[in-house]
Design a protein around this ligand. Structure first.
Ligand SMILES: [Mg+2]
Length: 392
């Protein structure tokens, strides 16, 4: 299968409310969407979310990478059909390998860009055969329970958000904290949701290791299931391992886990109990699956995380992957219109009461993208054709 064009959309879909954590605050989705069109007219979509504090990418550098590196590789490749088999990696590896890896000093990995293109390739190849991604990634479960996130803010706003979540039947809640004052908010959320809720805390690397240990010890009586990224990525695996060694709360790696090399280093140094997998952060379905395999082999548990503001495309891809994976403890994302003024899919795929959502069965990712919504919220649109030669 050969592709004749690639359209890249930089979106700005307003949120219904702002979202804040220690690494930033945002009020709109700035996802990048890639639409690939094959010579036979088949169309597929992919998505990535560029975050400077996660992979080092910006919307601009991601789009440039797609234009100069990934699209030229895709347009010169002829893709074989995806064939379901005993090992999904066997089916998917060719797609991943067709996308070149390029290093840059300012970027950990161009994984948001890769996620856009890899997911669009998979969606297209499946749609041509009218196959669902579930045929490549056979689900182990038919329904999933999503959790919700309480962003940084005041004690009052955290408590009122916790009340809303309780009314919506949500029992899995992650609280963003950025300093030791955050512990009071965690306590307020615990008191609001009661003893049965499963709470996690995410610091987005806000603490040094000594403070992280103190915070973990102070939070421990609140029955916290995981402490996500207590120390910053730049402090390395050693800091995480040191926190894990002294913390009564299990430790989860997020920003420290971008590439497969990161995964191996974290495993090697026994730095964490959980991995937070995110498709855009980890470079698409194939690479995230590869990281998950290594984690499972090492006895690490998984969270499928999301990007705040992701649209139905990343949500759908994530749902397929997480339904397939073993050792999944927590699932995030699929907010759809609960957060976005408008989502891209024809049928809403956001979770329902209690965070419940069904697996998807339709062709490709299992959603129908509304192109008119893409057009409406695109702040930038670039159309690349087969014969576009780009000189870096
Ligand atoms: Mg996180």
């Amino acid at each position: 299968m050969r592709f004749k064009s690639c359209t890249v959309y930089a979106l700005n879909i307003p949120f219904t409310e702002a979202f804040a954590h220690s690494a930033g605050s945002r009020a709109a989705s700035d996802s990048i969407i890639v639409k690939l069109e094959a010579r036979d007219g088949t169309v597929g979509y992919g998505e990535g979310v560029a975050r400077p504090y996660v992979t080092g990418e910006t919307v601009e550098t991601s789009i440039n990478h797609i234009r100069k590196v990934l699209w030229p590789a895709v347009s010169s490749s002829d893709y074989a059909d995806l064939v379901p088999g005993a090992d999904p990696l066997h089916a998917l590896t060719g797609i991943d390998e067709s996308l070149p890896e390029e290093k840059s000093d300012d970027v950990i990995a161009f994984n948001a860009a890769r996620s856009c293109v890899e997911i669009a390739l998979i969606d297209s190849l499946l749609r041509r055969r009218k196959m669902s991604l579930a045929e490549i990634l056979p689900p182990r479960r038919t329904s999933l329970t999503y959790g919700a996130v309480i962003s940084s803010g005041s004690l009052e706003s955290s408590t009122s958000r916790a009340r809303q979540l309780k009314l919506f039947g949500i029992q899995e809640v992650k609280i963003k904290i950025e300093d030791r004052e955050g512990i009071a908010r965690v306590l307020a959320v615990r008191e609001t949701l009661g003893p049965r809720a499963r709470l996690r805390v995410d610091a987005n690397g806000a603490f040094n290791k000594e403070d992280a240990v103190k915070v973990a010890k102070e939070m421990a009586p609140l029955d916290i299931a995981a402490f996500e990224q207590p120390t910053p990525r730049k402090d390395g695996c050693d800091a995480l391992r040191e926190v894990r060694r002294q913390s009564p709360v299990p430790v989860m790696a997020d920003e420290s886990l971008v590439t497969i090399d990161d995964a191996r280093a974290l495993i090697e140094s026994e730095a964490c109990d959980y991995f937070n997998l995110r498709l855009s952060k980890c470079g698409g379905i194939t690479r995230t699956l590869r990281i998950a395999r290594e984690a499972v082999d090492a006895g690490i548990y998984l969270q499928l995380g999301s990007q705040v503001g992701e649209t139905a495309i990343l949500s759908a891809a994530g749902r397929h992957l997480v339904a397939h994976l073993e050792r999944v403890e927590f699932v995030e994302g699929s907010y759809g219109k609960l957060l976005l003024a408008e989502d891209l899919s024809r049928d809403p795929i956001h979770f329902a009461y209690g965070g419940q959502a069904r697996t998807l069965r339709g062709a490709g990712l299992g959603i129908e993208v509304r192109e008119e919504v893409l057009e409406r919220y695109a702040v930038k649109k670039i159309h690349l054709r087969e014969d576009d030669t780009v000189h870096a």
